[in-house]
Design a protein. Structure first.
Length: 105
């Protein structure tokens, strides 16, 4: 073998080693990123479940308040535009009221 091919082989070996080191660094960084995102997602899920539990506990209170507001709106027609603005449908059979769409969630 001549010195030209030996130096080319050494250069290729160095390049392959550098690419291997780069691959290890990139894959390690990606693995760390995925691990951190997984931990954050787990925390977000726990927080979301807690919020859903709180919403379920307070659902009866919110429905009661909505019903009281609808009853107030039936007695005071000037309050009806505000109810319509926030998507609270007037009670069925109320005079001069058409059924409104259910509120968007």
């Amino acid at each position: 073998m001549n010195s030209d091919s030996t130096s080319e082989i050494a250069a290729l070996r160095n390049q392959v080693f550098a690419l291997f080191v780069a691959l290890v660094v990139v894959s390690g960084t990606f693995t760390t990123y995925i691990f951190i995102q997984t931990r954050h997602a787990g925390a977000d899920i726990a927080q979301a479940e807690q919020l859903i539990d709180n919403l379920k506990k307070n659902e009866a209170v919110v429905n009661n308040l909505a019903n009281q507001l609808i009853n107030y709106g039936q007695q005071h027609p000037e309050f009806m535009p505000l109810l319509k603005k926030y998507g609270l449908p007037p009670a069925a059979g109320a005079p001069g009221s058409a059924p409104a769409a259910a509120p968007k969630k």
